[in-house]
Design a protein around this ligand. Structure first.
Ligand SMILES: Nc1ncnc2c1ncn2[C@@H]1O[C@H](COP(=O)(O)OP(=O)(O)OP(=O)(O)O)[C@@H](O)[C@H]1O
Length: 246
C-alpha cells in the first residue's frame, strides 16, 4: 500500500538539543498512526514540522506523493492536511451550525467568497453531513460557548473535516474529557478512517491500544520503535523508555 504521509529523516535542533532526530515513518491510508513517547520526546515538534508550523533543519515530508517539506500551513491545507488545535479554532459566540458553515466555506468557488453564506450547494451539504456524523442535531442552534468541553472538542474535529482533508492530525483529542465522552470520541475517531487517514498524539496507553493501527514510539527525539500496538508494547526498549521498566 502506498503511504498517504511519509517522513524521511525529518529533524530539527533547538540550540544544542536535537528535538526531532532523523525521524522516518510511513502512515498508511485509512489507518490511525499514533505517535507516543514520554514528556519531551519530541511528538509536538514532529507534528509542528509535518504541519508546516516549523521548518525542518533536515529531511522531508511527503503527502500523497507530493513533497510538502517547505510548504506553509495554508498550502498544506490545500494539499489535504488538517490539524486540530484543540478548541482554539472555534467561534464561541456563534452557533454550532454557524461555526461549521464558516469552516466549509473553503468548499465554495472563489467567486462566492464575498457573498452571503448560501443555504444550498456543496458547502451547505457538508455541514449537514458533519452534523449527522458527529450527532450534533440537537446542538445546531446552540452557542458554542455553552457546549460541554467534550462537545467543543468534537466540534473542533468536525471543523477540521470541513475541507475534506486526506490526513487529519489530532493532538490528544480526548484530553480533559469525561470517561463517557472519551469512549464516544474514541469510537467516532475510529469511524472517521473510512474517509480520512489519522495521525494522532496520545498519552493514554489504553486509548493507544484501542484505536491505533500503527504506533511510532519516540524517545529523546528519536524513533525507538514502530509497529502494531501489540508489537510496540512487547518491545523491551519501549518498556524501558516509556513504561519505565525493561
Ligand atoms: N521552540 C522551542 N525552543 C526550544 N526548545 C524546544 C522548543 N520546542 C520544544 N522544545 C524542546 O524540545 C523537546 C521536545 O519537545 P516536544 O514538545 O516536542 O515534546 P513532546 O513529546 O510533545 O512532549 P509532551 O508530551 O510533554 O507534550 C523538549 O525538550 C522541549 O523542551
Amino acid at each position: 500500500m502506498t503511504p498517504i504521509l511519509q517522513t524521511d529523516r525529518l529533524g530539527i535542533s533547538f540550540g544544542g538539543l536535537r528535538a526531532v532526530d532523523a525521524i522516518s515513518f510511513d502512515a498508511l491510508p485509512n489507518q490511525i498512526t499514533t505517535v507516543i513517547g514520554p514528556n519531551g520526546a519530541g511528538k509536538t515538534t514532529l507534528f509542528n514540522l509535518i504541519s508546516g508550523a516549523l521548518k525542518p533543519g533536515s529531511g522531508s515530508v511527503n503527502l500523497d506523493g507530493r513533497d510538502v517539506t517547505r510548504a506553509g500551513p495554508a498550502e498544506l491545507q490545500r494539499a489535504g492536511l488538517a490539524r486540530s488545535f484543540q478548541i482554539t479554532n472555534l467561534f464561541f459566540d456563534m452557533t454550532v451550525r454557524e461555526n461549521l458553515r464558516l469552516a466549509t466555506q473553503v468548499l465554495e468557488p472563489a467567486s462566492h467568497l464575498m457573498r452571503p453564506l448560501r443555504r444550498t450547494g456543496r458547502a451547505a451539504n457538508k455541514v449537514d453531513e458533519l452534523i449527522a456524523r458527529f450527532e450534533l442535531h440537537d446542538k445546531v442552534h446552540e452557542q458554542v460557548g455553552y457546549l460541554s468541553h467534550g462537545e467543543q472538542r468534537r466540534l473542533e474535529i468536525a471543523m477540521c473535516l470541513a475541507c475534506e482533508p486526506k490526513v487529519l492530525m489530532l493532538d490528544e483529542p480526548t484530553q480533559g474529557m469525561s470517561h463517557a465522552d472519551t469512549e464516544e470520541t474514541e469510537a467516532l475517531i475510529r469511524g472517521l478512517t473510512d474517509h480520512v487517514s489519522i495521525l494522532l498524539i496520545e498519552h493514554d496507553i489504553g486509548i493507544v491500544m484501542a484505536v491505533s493501527d500503527h504506533v511510532i514510539v519516540m524517545h529523546q527525539g528519536q524513533k525507538i520503535a514502530d509497529g502494531t500496538p501489540t508489537e510496540v508494547r512487547a518491545n523491551p526498549a519501549v518498556q524501558a523508555a516509556y513504561f519505565g521498566h525493561g
